[in-house]
Ligand binder design. Structure first.
Ligand code: MLT
Length: 212
């Protein structure tokens, strides 16, 4: 296994606390630097692993191909999902973090591949914060995600993601047994301060319940 993504890794501070590692997944056109600031505030002291998506769409990095806006190349998505899950394992060996305690925080395209990873590689993540995600794919059979906590944020004025799309994802993830909480706001396709704050509060609750 190789570290075959351009990425940033920020080691954990407070080693004694044994915080989970945050996997940061940027949106279309972003890069591995984008969410480092968010990650360091979301879970201060945690190690941060932040890869850059390998696909280029008109020069803009993404984590998988799409055929049109909101229409995914599912075969590519499946392959990229496996690659990203393997990258987490390789990175855990290189940087000495526990691959069983990785929490994703992804925005848009990054949230979509995080959701895909939970659906196709159910052991890859044990919690996820999905800022403005869509339904990436629907595997048959569905995985068992009992014990996995997922926080979704969505905007009623998001031009890319209609309200029913978020509801469909919520229902899909609930069917897997995951515990899903959704934060609605009036926002568009962007990550607002209130979304960030609510995701941070959610994460604190989840981690104290998991006694991490
Ligand atoms: C995607 O392609 O993953 C979604 O359409 C969101 C985005 O624009 O990245």
């Amino acid at each position: 296994m190789t570290l075959d993504y351009i990425h940033r890794f920020v080691p954990a501070r407070n080693q004694g606390e044994q915080l989970p590692t945050l996997l940061l997944l940027h949106g279309t056109g972003g890069n591995e630097e984008d969410l480092l600031g968010l990650g360091s505030q979301l879970l201060p002291g945690a190690a941060l692993l932040s890869p850059r998506g390998k696909i280029l769409e008109n020069g803009m990095p993404r984590f998988f191909r799409r055929l049109a806006e909101g229409v995914f190349d599912v075969e590519d998505l499946q392959q990229r999902t496996e690659e990203l899950a393997d990258f987490i394992l390789a990175a855990s060996q290189e940087y000495h973090f526990d691959p069983a305690r990785v929490i994703a925080a992804g925005f848009s395209n990054g949230a979509n591949i995080a959701a895909s990873m939970m659906l196709l590689r159910p052991d890859a993540l044990y919690a996820a914060v999905l800022y403005h995600p869509m339904v990436p794919l629907i595997p048959d059979p569905l995985p068992d995600l009992t014990g996995v906590d997922i926080f979704i944020t969505a905007g009623r004025n998001d031009p890319l993601i209609p309200v029913p799309e978020t509801e469909r994802l919520e229902q899909l993830l609930q069917q897997t047994g995951a515990t899903v909480e959704t934060h609605w706001s009036e926002s568009g396709h962007s990550l607002s301060n209130s979304e960030f704050r609510s995701s941070k509060e959610w994460l604190e609750r989840v981690l104290s319940a998991k006694k991490m």
